[in-house]
Design a binder for this molecule. Structure first.
Ligand code: ASP
Length: 451
């Protein structure tokens, strides 16, 4: 049995919904369908979720909401009319959109979430009605009925572990179950959403709950590419990735799937596949617990900008007990989260995301490093990028770093730092931001040019 989740672009129009119907009909094992709100039909379009945010803002600041309300309703109407659905369904959706203004305007932290959730909720109703009208018996189920109980953290909910047993009961359903993604219900009955893009999380939770054989996540690309298509023309799609590799790639900017979505499926040991609604024959990318063969060393090359490095040096630093702790204490006191710590004998650098710093915090750090830690030099280097070479099987292969370093040197790219965790899932290079693209191209050529 499979849980199949469709993202917003797969549900943006009647044409897309027809593809969705075919995909579900094509495989009787697809018993659970989790849906996003309608997404963009083209680059200039607005996602229904974003329109709902506008609607909420107008409502809470006492502005006229009519235009936005109508825009949202028309968005659904376009779909229902083109699909030839009964008038009752669009009436029900319109009523639900109007009724949002009956929610408390002030003082309720869940009003915002209830507005946003309406995008997915109405889409799930629409899709279940569409399936039923086309010889596919389906049932819309609200997350409350499904047992998706979450923590009371507005716009950042987490699933309560007790939910899984209740969700398992859905297994007995005879119809295809259609569940709106992105939100659950708190123990007090409030609607509470996950963070943005959170329908992926719902799909993963349902897959873990019903103990599915597979969690299929349908989007608009042929899986996860081995490098960013904005940098490498037509990169190949990775056939198989482990959860750990996926996490590393996501860290360095690959954003096909919501970060938190991996957790329930991983814990439930459910394999996941990312597939393309517009090209369902393509096998996509499977995310598995362990690779099925030993041949793949490097699975992908990712790069991300927006890093800075705090570099310090002090003669005989290696013999000074407590230097590292005191350095980190300075950051902790300023509420700064850091990412990597490459070291030499007498120098230590901390790499962090630039958003963690402000000019005032930077001054304070430099002052404390000089005064409290009495370093010989301290500087903050901006505009850095990290490049990650990812592959769990690197551990049992010799020469990956050598190949990478050779490729970078042949392209005159200066490696500012290298770091590799003991699990050897990835090797990270720090380069200056203006060399990031060139570095990714050089590494892609070095590792994938034969594919
Ligand atoms: N519709 C929500 C968003 O745009 C959730 C999702 O699509 O996953 O963030």
């Amino acid at each position: 049995m499979k849980v199949t989740k469709f993202g917003g672009s797969s549900l943006a129009s009647a044409t897309q919904l027809k593809k969705v119907l075919d995909i579900i009909k094509d495989d009787p094992e697809r018993r659970f369908v989790v849906v996003s709100a309608p997404g963009k039909r083209n680059a200039e379009d607005t996602k229904v979720t974003d329109a709902l945010i506008r609607y909420y803002k107008e409502f809470t600041s006492d502005k006229d909401v009519t235009q936005t309300q109508q825009w949202i309703i028309e968005r659904y109407r376009d779909i229902t009319e083109e699909l030839g659905l009964k008038e009752t369904i669009i009436q029900e959706i319109a009523e639900d959109i109007y009724d949002l203004t009956n929610l408390p305007k002030k003082g309720n932290p869940f009003t915002y979430d209830a507005f946003l959730a309406a995008g997915e909720n109405n889409n799930a109703k629409l899709i279940a009605a569409y399936f039923n009208q086309n010889e596919l018996e389906a049932r819309y189920i609200h997350p409350k009925e499904a047992g998706l109980t979450v923590t009371a953290e507005p716009s950042n909910a987490r699933i309560l572990p007790s939910s899984y047993d209740k969700i398992e009961e859905l297994k007995d359903s005879n119809e295809v179950v259609v569940i709106p993604g992105f939100f659950g219900v708190t123990q007090n009955g409030d609607i509470c959403t996950f963070s943005r893009g959170g329908s992926d999380i719902t799909g993963s939770i349902i897959a873990a709950g019903v103990k599915a054989d597979l969690y299929e996540n349908f989007t608009d690309v042929d899986g996860i590419f081995a490098a960013h298509p904005g940098i490498i023309k037509h990169p190949h799609s990775i056939p198989e990735l482990t959860y750990k590799e996926m996490r590393e790639l996501a860290y360095a900017g690959f954003s096909v799937l919501h970060d938190e979505a991996l957790v329930p499926a991983y814990r439930g040991k459910i394999p996941l596949v990312i597939k393309n609604t517009n090209n369902p024959e393509h096998p996509g990318t499977r995310i598995v617990l362990e690779h099925s063969n030993d041949h793949v060393t490097v699975v992908g090359i990712a790069g991300d900008s927006g890093f800075v490095s705090i570099n310090t040096s002090k003669y005989l630093m290696n013999r000074e007990v407590g230097f590292g702790r005191k350095f980190l204490q300075i950051l902790e006191d300023l509420n700064i989260s850091w990412e990597h710590m490459p070291t030499g004998i007498d120098d230590l650098s901390i790499i962090l995301r630039s958003r963690e710093l402000t000019p005032i915090k930077e001054q304070e750090i430099l002052k404390q490093l000089t005064q409290k830690l009495e370093v010989d030099t301290a500087e903050i280097e901006h505009d850095l990028s990290i490049i990650m070479i990812v592959g769990e099987k690197m551990k049992s292969h010799v020469g990956v770093t050598a190949t990478a370093a050779k490729a970078l040197s042949e392209n005159e790219i200066n490696i500012q730092m290298i770091s590799q965790g003991s699990s050897e899932v990835s090797i990270m290079f720090v380069v200056s931001k203006d060399q990031e693209e060139k570095a990714i191209k050089a590494l892609y050529d070095a590792f994938f040019s034969n594919n």
